[in-house]
Design a protein around this ligand. Structure first.
Ligand SMILES: [Zn+2]
Length: 236
């Protein structure tokens, strides 16, 4: 059992980095990984680019995160059908995190494929009442769409990328209404803390990809949201 979980984790992890690294370009999907610094393909096994940058860290961490998430999923969902959605969700979120770090983009191709797949599976595999997933999708998408439109009018600049909004539609589909908003809370807290630290270290303004924080928030809510809410309610 442990071996199969590790193998599935490694497969999902490797698939994620290849998708996240290459879907934007669509070329040579399974040949090499993109260098985070210069964008060239790195073909050697050590992931050291000709520009001198070492890409091992980014890709190794991504695969390890996928392995960790697969193991937690298995521990929580066991061999229930929800595990299938869990694995798909891990594949999606690690891919788009990598893509956001490399290209500052959430590829539409991934959104369409996973929205269709998970949207279809959610007909049969439900966590709460069956419509909670679809309601989550609609509410999350509408909420962020309105937020981004209003924010853009107020601040005269993009406050939330279109890719992030579409991604939240899928998160709504996986998590349902309540946990989606809990995940937004976690993503914001982690993003804010990291942003403040990064600004302290690096004086100039730098681009911080937000999708990795959306991912962290989504998985905390997905895995532990119900228990956390229960614990919180019992405090009073
Ligand atoms: Zn490079």
């Amino acid at each position: 059992m442990f071996i199969s979980r590790m193998v599935i984790g490694i497969i999902i992890g490797i698939l994620s980095v290849f998708l996240g690294s290459n879907v934007v370009d669509r070329k040579e999907i399974f040949r090499g990984l993109k260098c985070y610094n210069c964008g060239d393909k790195v073909y050697n096994y050590y992931l050291k680019c000709e520009c001198g940058k070492d890409n091992k860290f980014l890709y190794l961490i991504s695969v390890l995160v996928a392995i960790l998430l697969v193991n937690i999923s298995y521990g929580l969902f066991g061999s229930t059908n929800e595990l299938n959605i869990g694995y798909l969700f891990i594949l999606l979120m690690v891919s788009v995190s990598v893509s956001d770090i490399l290209d500052k983009i959430v590829p539409d191709e991934l959104i369409i494929i996973f929205l269709t797949l998970i949207g279809f599976l959610r007909i049969f595999i439900t966590r709460e009442v069956w419509f909670d997933a679809y309601l989550g999708m609609l509410v999350a998408f509408t909420f962020f769409y309105v937020l981004s439109t209003v924010g853009e009018k107020l601040y005269k600049q993009e406050v939330l990328g279109g890719g992030d909004i579409k991604l939240y539609a899928i998160i709504g589909l996986v998590l349902g209404v309540k946990l989606t908003f809990l995940s937004v809370f976690f993503a914001s807290v982690f993003g804010l803390v990291f942003g403040l630290i990064a600004q302290k270290i690096n004086k100039e303004t730098l681009y911080i990809p937000f999708v990795p924080f959306i991912t962290v928030g989504a998985f905390i809510a997905y895995f532990y949201g119900d228990s956390l809410l229960e614990y919180y309610i019992n405090l009073f």
